[in-house]
Design a protein around this ligand. Sequence first.
Ligand SMILES: NC(=O)c1ccc[n+]([C@@H]2O[C@H](COP(=O)([O-])OP(=O)(O)OC[C@H]3O[C@@H](n4cnc5c(N)ncnc54)[C@H](OP(=O)(O)O)[C@@H]3O)[C@@H](O)[C@H]2O)c1
Length: 278
Amino acid sequence: MDRYGTVNANALVACSPEEVVFRRVQVSESVWRALLASRTAGAAAVAPVTDPAASEEATWALYSPLLAETAAAPFVFAQIGQSLDGRVATVSGDARDISGRGGLEHLHRCRALADAVIVGVTTALKDDPRLTVRLVDGDNPARVVIDPKGRLDNDAALLRDDGTRRLVVQACARGRPAGVEVVRLDEKDGRLCPRAIVAALAARGLRRILVEGGGLTIGRFLDAGLVRRLHVAISPLLIGAGPNGLVTAPSARLADARRPVTRVFGLGGDVLFDCVLD
Ligand SMILES: NC(=O)c1ccc[n+]([C@@H]2O[C@H](COP(=O)([O-])OP(=O)(O)OC[C@H]3O[C@@H](n4cnc5c(N)ncnc54)[C@H](OP(=O)(O)O)[C@@H]3O)[C@@H](O)[C@H]2O)c1
C-alpha cells in the first residue's frame, strides 16, 4: 500500500468498525489542482501531494481512488447525501439542503472528477437539477438521465444547452432537443440493464461515471455489482419521512448483508462513509 492508501483499492487496510479512524478533509487549492491534473493526465500520473499534512493526506486518500485507471474497464462510483434517519428529501420533495456546505462541495468535487454524472428520472422531475460544477474549480461532466418511458420534458434544466454533453437513456422513441444524445436500450421487465448503460456510455468515451441518485438508481447499479466506490454522506438532521436513501436487494439475515471495507471522513458538519466495493 502506498502512504496514501489509494489508487489500488485492494491495497487499502480493511477496518473493522471498532478500528475506524476519522479523518477530517480540508481541501487546499494545491491538492485540488494536483487531483484535477492527475485526472487529465490519467491515473498513471497520479502524484503524491508535496505537503503531506494530515488534512492533505486525507484529501488525497479520499479522492485519488476515484482516479483509478479506466482503460481496461469503466470506473463507476456513487454518492448520496442523507439525513441521520436515512432520508434523501422531505415528503414535499425538498432535497436541496440535506447536505451541509462541506457535503455539497464534496459532491461537486465528485462531479468534477467524473466524465459523466447519472441521475434517475424521478430526481430529474422532482429536483430539476443542473448537475454542474459550481462550488469548486473543474469542468462539468456530461449529464445523463435514465428515463426509460420518456417522462422527462425537453425543457428540463439538465437538458439545456450550456456546452456540456447531455444524454438521455431511454427505451422509447420520444424525440429530444438537438444536441441531446439519445441512448436507446431495450427494457426487460420494465428495467434497463445497468451494465448495458455503462457499456453504452463507455462506447461514447464516458468511462469515469458518477451515479448521483436517487436511491433507486444507485441501488440498481449496486445490485449489478458495478459500483466500485460508494460515498454515503450523512448530515446531522432528522427528517422523519420522505424518500429513502439506497434501495438495494434485501438481505434475509444480517449475516448475509454486505459489509464493505469503509473509511470515514469529516466534511465540515457532514460525515462521509467511503465504501470500497471492489
Ligand atoms: N440527497 C441526495 O443525495 C439525492 C440525490 C439524488 C436524488 N435525491 C432525491 O431522491 C428522490 C428520487 O429518488 P428515487 O430513488 O425515488 O428515484 P430516482 O433514482 O431518481 O429515479 C428512479 C427512476 O429512474 C428510472 N430508472 C433508474 N434506473 C433505471 C433502470 N436501471 N432501469 C429502468 N429505469 C430506471 C425509473 O424510471 P421510471 O419510473 O420512469 O421507470 C425509476 O423509477 C428525489 O426526491 C430526489 O430529491 C436525493
